[in-house]
Design a protein around this ligand. Structure first.
Ligand SMILES: [Zn+2]
Ligand SMILES: [Zn+2]
Length: 314
């Protein structure tokens, strides 16, 4: 009988814990911040919402919600800085690409964004309760905090996995930015796309490079590495005498990164990649590795964006 009441007590406590975890009253509702117009590309409509609430959807789209709290806080500051920089740049008359709003939901143009409905679809209903709160918490804990360099908002570019060393900003964009210099990153090896492989059938390979007419003369030595960037990524290669940048090869064949090697087999070119993304700025998996080792959000940001300071704007 005694055992049974102990069991009941335990079951009751567990029930209360789970109820609070998923349905607890704290941290619900709007987090606030200045209003922002978000252009939803797929629906072709614009929503106006408080910045911090918009950022919940950005984090949901851009970073694994299971990440460590300090990594999520670093990402929250980066995403907020990114959005505020856009707002600042397009104050008069909206973004030239989408005058409907300062930011859009296309991750290739602004930042990705998920609505509550999309978050439920992505995580399932129970995880949604947990993760939405976790992301909201990261935003509340850093509310209004942005990253600046010499007093101005930075371009807080980020990517999934750098593969051991981040890339210099001027290797991806034409201008050099002091805080986007290459740094070592030794804690991103847990990333699911640390190593990747893509086999491109020979016909496709030559076709997409407009080299079909030279197919007969193609062999293993038709691909030559011309130059690497300082961090070991492919800067340019030659295929049958025609030059391509690493970035062109990456986008033509959907490679995870420009950090690649290749082998030519009988009927395909097989690319082996390290890392995922352009490699510049904050490495998300590296940030999570740093957080697991006890680093705070500020330390993480100051590692990937050299020389920056944090400032609370509201
Ligand atoms: Zn956009
Ligand atoms: Zn990294």
């Amino acid at each position: 009988m005694k055992k049974f009441s102990l069991f009941l007590l335990f079951a009751f406590a567990l029930g209360v814990f789970l109820l609070l975890k998923y349905f607890g009253p704290w941290e619900s509702g709007s987090i606030g911040g200045p209003l922002i117009h978000v252009y939803l590309v797929a629906e072709n409509k614009t929503l106006q919402m408080p910045l911090e609430d918009y950022l919940v959807g950005v984090l949901a789209a851009e970073v694994p919600a299971r990440f460590e709290e300090e990594a999520l806080k670093a990402q929250a500051i980066a995403a907020r800085t990114y959005a505020l920089k856009k707002t600042e740049a397009f104050k008069d008359g909206g973004n030239p690409v989408h005058p409907q709003g300062e930011v859009c939901t296309n991750p290739g143009h602004c930042q990705g964004w998920l609505s509550s409905k999309e978050m439920k679809e992505k995580w399932g209903w129970l995880k949604y309760r947990e993760y939405e709160r976790k992301l909201q918490h990261a935003l509340r804990e850093t509310q209004g905090v942005v990253a600046k360099f010499q007093g101005r908002l930075i371009d807080p570019v980020y990517h999934s996995t750098c593969g051991g060393r981040t890339e210099n900003g001027d290797q991806v964009w034409t201008h050099s930015v002091p805080y986007l210099t290459s740094v070592s990153c030794l804690l991103d090896q847990e990333a699911p796309k640390y190593h990747g492989e893509i086999a491109v059938p020979l016909n496709d390979f030559l076709g997409r490079l407009d080299l079909n007419s030279n197919a007969k003369s193609f062999n293993a030595s038709s691909l030559r590495l011309l130059a690497k960037t300082e961090t070991g990524r492919v800067k340019s290669i030659s295929v049958l005498g025609k030059t391509f940048s690493g970035g062109e090869i990456r986008s033509k064949f959907g490679l995870n990164s420009t950090n690649f090697t290749w082998e030519v087999t009988k009927d395909a070119v097989v690319f082996h990649t390290t890392g995922y993304g352009h490699g510049v700025g904050l490495c998300q998996y590296g940030a999570n590795g740093m957080a697991k080792n006890g680093a705070k959000a500020e330390e993480i940001l100051q590692h990937y964006y050299q020389g920056i300071t944090l400032d609370k704007m509201y």
